[in-house]
Design a protein around this ligand. Structure first.
Ligand SMILES: *Cc1c(COP(=O)(O)O)cnc(C)c1O
Length: 408
């Protein structure tokens, strides 16, 4: 028998050698604009807490009330005895916010994506012979990729199109036009997390319509973030209410705790309740999270100033960091990749910045292409101008000390 401990130990050692080992830095405080690390307050530029709701007083209070009103846990899946009236109310609220007929909750967006593709393509739905096809953006999130891996090869063809290339997608759809597929699904992230770029949803909606395909968008980094009212990438691209299937997380802008959803036409949502395996066989969301997420959505819908502050903070940081001579990927999203090239530079700079009072993480090969190592800043509405200025000063100081390449 193989010595498993020996086997994984060698693999772990290899990860350390290859610089792919992930070290965790524990926070000694709630997630917020400023957090405590090793006894010191540092400006947080690495979280998905875009709206600053993860430690917002109204969200905290709601979560505590969730426990008071509905207890700690439900100890069941939804269809046995795990549906409380608050789950249904939150689903209606998400649907209303996104402009869809209905929505269904999952314990995470990962679980939502794992449910969707297999539920559709693995089910004959009365047909004797059928094949479905999925067209997936090359840079889609791991949960979309894994969700598609659960589709049986006998009934589903999985295809990849070049990142954000509507032309490549349209070409493949046209080539396959006579193949007699039952259902064709186009799958894309709304916002891609490595570059912070938005999918061309306006054009994808057109291409989907033209080729009678279904458009699936995972808007985890878009919901609460993009668009004037935070309704997500579809709002930013003027196609709000026109996406067939929207999935997303409640674990980023919408409170940052946990939970995910699929939103769309009511028949499709009902079908997911009947066939979505991570819905059927995994626990229902706890009341504290249901209440917290609901409070986050209420804040977002009633107080436009939160999204506005996020957008203002984002454009301020983008302008100033570029002004310091750092090369960034242009865009509009609070994900701001600061390009450094070399992995070791990104690593050293991330450590030096932590010492200087800024928490930011580096990304390097194999997460991004070789030679494109970067620090990924994520801006939040939780940051005050003073926090952002403090971070910028640290960038300037560390950048000078390190004689950084890519600086003017
Ligand atoms: C973060 C993210 C997820 C995972 O969401 P969870 O709710 O944490 O499972 C899924 N898809 C995309 C595109 C994401 O960015």
């Amino acid at each position: 028998m193989t010595d498993l401990v020996g086997l994984v130990s060698r693999e772990l050692e290899r990860m350390v050698q290859e610089n792919t080992f992930k070290y965790e830095t524990p926070l000694e405080s709630p997630q917020d604009g400023v957090v405590r690390v090793r006894g010191k307050k540092v400006v947080m530029l690495a979280s998905n807490n875009y709206l600053g709701l993860s430690n917002h007083p109204a969200v905290r209070k709601a979560a505590i009330r969730g426990i008071k009103d509905y207890g700690y846990g439900v100890a069941s899946v939804r269809f046995i005895c795990g549906t409380q009236s608050i789950h249904l109310a939150l689903e209606k609220k998400i649907a209303k916010f996104l402009g869809t007929e209905d929505a269904i909750l999952f314990s995470s967006c990962w679980a939502a994506n794992e449910a969707f593709f297999a539920a559709i393509t693995n089910d004959a739905m009365g047909e004797t012979t059928y094949r479905d096809a999925i067209y997936s953006d090359r840079l889609n999130h791991a949960s979309i990729i894994d969700g598609q891996r659960l589709c049986r090869a006998e009934t589903a063809d999985r295809k990849i199109y070049a990142h954000a290339s509507v032309d490549d997608l349209a070409r493949q759809l046209a080539e396959d036009a006579e193949k007699g597929y039952r259902v064709r699904i186009i799958a894309t992230d709304g916002v891609f997390s490595m570059e912070g770029d938005l999918a061309p949803l306006d054009r994808l909606v057109e291409v989907a319509r033209e080729h009678h395909a279904i458009l699936f968008v995972d808007d985890s980094h878009g919901v609460g973030v993009c668009g004037k009212s935070g309704r997500g990438t579809p709002e930013a691209r003027n196609v709000h209410g026109k996406i067939d299937i929207l999935t997303g997380t409640l674990g980023k802008a919408i409170g940052g705790a946990a939970g995910g959803y699929i939103a769309g036409k009511k028949e499709i949502i009902e079908f997911m309740r009947q066939r979505g395996r991570t819905y059927l066989f995994s626990n229902s969301l706890p009341p504290a999270i249901v209440y917290g997420a609901s409070a986050a959505l209420t804040l977002l819908m009633e107080d436009r100033s939160i999204v506005k502050r996020l957008h203002k903070n984002t454009s301020y940081f983008r302008k100033e960091i570029a002004g310091l001579g750092f090369r960034i990927i242009d865009g509009e999203h609070p994900i701001v990749p600061i390009m450094l090239g070399d992995a070791s530079v990104a690593q050293d700079m991330s450590s030096a910045l932590l010492k200087a009072g800024v928490y930011i993480k580096g990304l390097w090969y194999p997460v991004v292409p070789k030679g494109e190592a970067r620090l990924r800043a994520q801006i939040s509405a939780a940051l005050s101008k003073k926090d952002i200025d403090r971070a910028l000063e640290a960038f300037e100081e560390v950048g000078k000390k390190m004689h950084l390449p890519g600086r003017k």
